[in-house]
Design a protein around this ligand. Structure first.
Ligand SMILES: C[S@@+](CC[C@H](N)C(=O)[O-])C[C@H]1O[C@@H](n2cnc3c(N)ncnc32)[C@H](O)[C@@H]1O
Length: 288
């Protein structure tokens, strides 16, 4: 038997040895998870002994994390955008930068009533559930091409008690109705990034990450098709598309949107990188 403090030291040094970026945080999160303690209780109980059962569980989790299984896959759930999300190999681990896309989406919905929102490529359901949590009056639909991701997103909707309609679809195929706001964090990395991906990123599905030579093989057809599903006159938002992209290709997609007659603006993430594109049409979109 060893104390919590001893486990913390041991796990941190093991994680540092294998090159984890935040060894101390990872060690603390695993201890909190196994011992069911919050930050303060963990700190105040550092001399407490860990039971044999807890020690066995900790050993297994420390081995898994040292083997570069993502922390989010080892914990029961993660907090993201105000909701709790279970995360596993079925879908992309929701990223912190996407919380800013959620913020931009909620900003776009400000002052609206009963908006209709579509999240294309929902993964764990992060954006759709974050929007529904903040805006209970919104009718939120979420799609994904992956049935596995949709199953996880549905589990997450149940976990949070939120009512979102999930539909399996390749982009907008089979989607009926029109939407005031469409959000999407599509796969956007150039295929060549696969060679340099961190070990943890290899636990995300390739389908969620890579999109052709320039990373736009999903976003480009999405942009081409979006007008047909954006709301016409009478929309409370005016028919807006908000996309998360890679700083290497967001300006390209915005320029392509302008050639289609749209207004397009590149917006920075919190680190100042050109990550988001806001697309709207100056006149109400016509159904095609
Ligand atoms: C980068 S992940 C984003 C997941 C989630 N929205 C998030 O922000 O955490 C992209 C998602 O798009 C889905 N996807 C890829 N191609 C698609 C397509 N053609 N139509 C619909 N979804 C697609 C993937 O399965 C994946 O779940």
């Amino acid at each position: 038997m060893s104390s919590i403090k001893a486990w913390q030291v041991q796990a941190t040094s093991r994680f540092a040895e294998v090159g984890l970026l935040s060894p101390q945080t990872d060690a603390r999160e695993l201890l909190k998870f196994v011992l069911r303690l919050d930050d303060t209780a963990l700190f105040l109980s550092s001399d407490r002994e860990v039971s044999e059962t807890q020690a066995a569980q900790l050993l297994a989790l420390i081995d898994a994390r040292a083997a570069r299984i993502p922390l989010q896959h080892l914990l029961d759930e993660v907090e993201w955008g105000g909701v709790r999300l279970k995360s596993d190999g079925r879908a992309l681990i929701p990223r912190p930068e996407t919380e800013w896309l959620l913020h931009l989406a909620l900003e776009a919905l400000h002052g609206t009533v009963n908006p209709r929102v579509l999240d294309v490529g929902t993964g764990t359901g992060a954006l759709a559930l974050g929007i529904k949590f903040a805006r209970s009056d919104a009718a939120v639909t979420a799609t994904d091409i992956s049935t596995e991701a949709l199953a996880l997103a549905q589990e997450n909707a149940t976990l949070n008690g939120l009512d979102v309609q999930f539909v399996q679809a390749d982009l907008f195929r089979g989607i009926s109705g029109s939407f005031d706001l469409i959000v999407s964090n599509p796969p956007y990395l150039p295929d060549t990034d696969q060679h340099s991906a961190d070990p943890e990123v290899r636990h995300d599905p390739d389908l969620a990450l890579y999109a052709g030579a320039d990373g736009l093989s999903v976003a480009r057809p999405l942009l081409a098709q979006v007008r047909a599903v954006l709301a016409q006159a009478g929309s409370t938002v005016g028919g807006v598309l908000l996309l998360e992209l890679d700083p290497r290709n967001a300006p390209t997609l915005a320029a392509e949107a302008r050639t289609l007659g749209a207004e397009a603006e590149v917006l920075p993430d919190l680190a100042g990188r050109e990550r988001f594109v806001r697309v709207s049409w100056p006149t109400p979109a016509l159904r095609t």
